[in-house]
Design a protein around this ligand. Structure first.
Ligand code: PLP
Length: 388
């Protein structure tokens, strides 16, 4: 038996991330304008970096509690009390994780038994279906439509819920579409979750990057605190992707179960990142808001740019992605992305990487400089002329 054949079937059948595969090609090319990776182009604000340096000087180099530094958990739960009016006990209802990535994996492994179904609106972040599958569950994807601004509806969910459905996994503001859900529609989803007794995993990593209205925290909706596993982190809003700090808030049973896995697999999140995250919460509001304003300006530039070129696109309301339709070219998303890269050296992500209903769209990240965005728009405009 070859080495490859000895890999577990669960991993063998897992498709590689459509994003990474594409960017391995990009990394080898010169002169590429990349709107590919979903990562802030800002460096973490200096006062946050400095707090980490100071922490190291003071000798903070050891493991922390499995749950994470209590001070960080307190800052997080205070934030939720003041901002969203939902209270959590920092000692029993908060867990600091290695990014939202780990929190997502822990949530799935803590609640799923083999064959349990999880409803996932798509297009969605690439890890959602993968984490469900790796935990032995069955991802049941719910295609959302551009005509409905990529929002999921209760009737779509009702059509796919079964007695095996254990949970609903949502992520708004959405990666890759930039969709948000208005409060009334989230309330309808909450009633649906209650009716079918589902657990809701709500990934709100882009919550602070909401440009239209205010973000509604799912667990702050009446009756939702207990049945929700709220995920959030510092990577996007504070430009802290490399620090690897996220967190989960939920009822004590779910948090204890997630911590059980976390203590054997991760032990704790990096102490350096935890110290920096405390500083981000105490003094980082101003620098975060400055970055959000900058993203908002770039968002407008991209919407106007795509409209001028004549590519049909939904105006994103949150996160830092725009998801234009390329259907008029008659190409698949992958062919469009590959040809654009070859002819014009612009890197974007094919929409089908985020689920089948992403076919016919491409994801462009505007977490890139205005000069890069303007150049990318010029090149994309030139590229699509050949299809007219
Ligand atoms: N959730 C969403 C929707 C994301 O887009 C990403 C990263 O792109 C993550 C989670 C992972 O974030 P973290 O860096 O906290 O692991």
């Amino acid at each position: 038996m070859s080495w490859a054949e000895r890999i577990s079937p669960q991993v063998q059948t897992l498709p590689p991330s459509g994003i990474r595969r594409f960017f391995d090609i990009v990394a080898e090319m010169k002169g590429v304008v990349s709107l590919g990776v979903g990562e802030p182009d800002f460096v973490t604000p200096w006062h946050i970096r400095e707090s980490c340096v100071y922490g190291l000087q003071r000798g903070y180099t050891a493991y922390t509690s499995n749950f994470g530094l209590l001070e960080l958990r307190q800052e997080i739960t205070n934030l939720f009390t003041h901002k969203f009016g939902v209270s959590y006990d920092p000692r029993r209802e908060a867990l600091i994780t290695v990014g939202v990535s780990e929190a997502l994996d822990l949530a799935m492994r803590a609640i799923l038994s083999p064959g349990d179904e999880v409803l996932i609106p798509i297009p969605s972040y690439v890890s959602y279906t993968a984490c469900v599958s790796l935990a032995g569950g069955i991802p049941v994807t719910v295609p959302t439509l551009m005509e409905n601004e990529f929002r999921v509806t209760v009737s779509q969910l009702e059509a796919l819920v079964t007695p095996r459905t254990k949970a609903l996994l949502i992520g708004y503001p959405n990666n890759p579409t930039g969709a948000i859900m208005p409060r009334e529609e989230l309330e309808a989803i909450a009633a649906f979750a209650e009716k079918h007794d589902l657990i809701v995993i709500s990934d709100e990593i882009y919550g602070d990057l909401t440009y239209s209205g205010t973000h509604t925290c799912f667990s702050s909706l009446p009756g939702m605190r207990e049945r929700t596993i709220l995920l959030n982190g510092f990577s996007k809003a504070y430009a802290m992707t490399g620090w690897r700090i996220g967190y989960a808030l939920s009822n004590p049973d779910f948090i204890a179960a997630m911590n059980k896995i976390h203590q054997y697999t991760m032990l704790c999140a990096p102490v350096t990142g935890q110290i920096a995250a405390i500083e981000a919460l105490i003094n980082g509001q101003h620098s975060m808001e400055k970055m959000v304003r900058e993203y908002n300006g770039r968002r407008r530039l991209m919407v106007e740019g795509f409209r001028k070129i004549g590519l049909n696109c939904f105006e994103p309301k949150g996160a830092f992605y725009i998801f234009p339709s390329i259907k008029e070219t008659g190409m698949t998303s992958l062919a469009f992305a590959e040809e654009l890269l070859k002819q014009e050296k612009v890197a974007i992500v094919p929409g089908d990487a985020f689920g089948e209903s992403g076919e016919g769209f491409v994801r462009c990240s505007y977490a890139s400089s205005t000069a890069n965005l303007t150049e990318a728009l010029t090149r994309i405009g030139r590229f699509i002329q050949q299809f007219r």
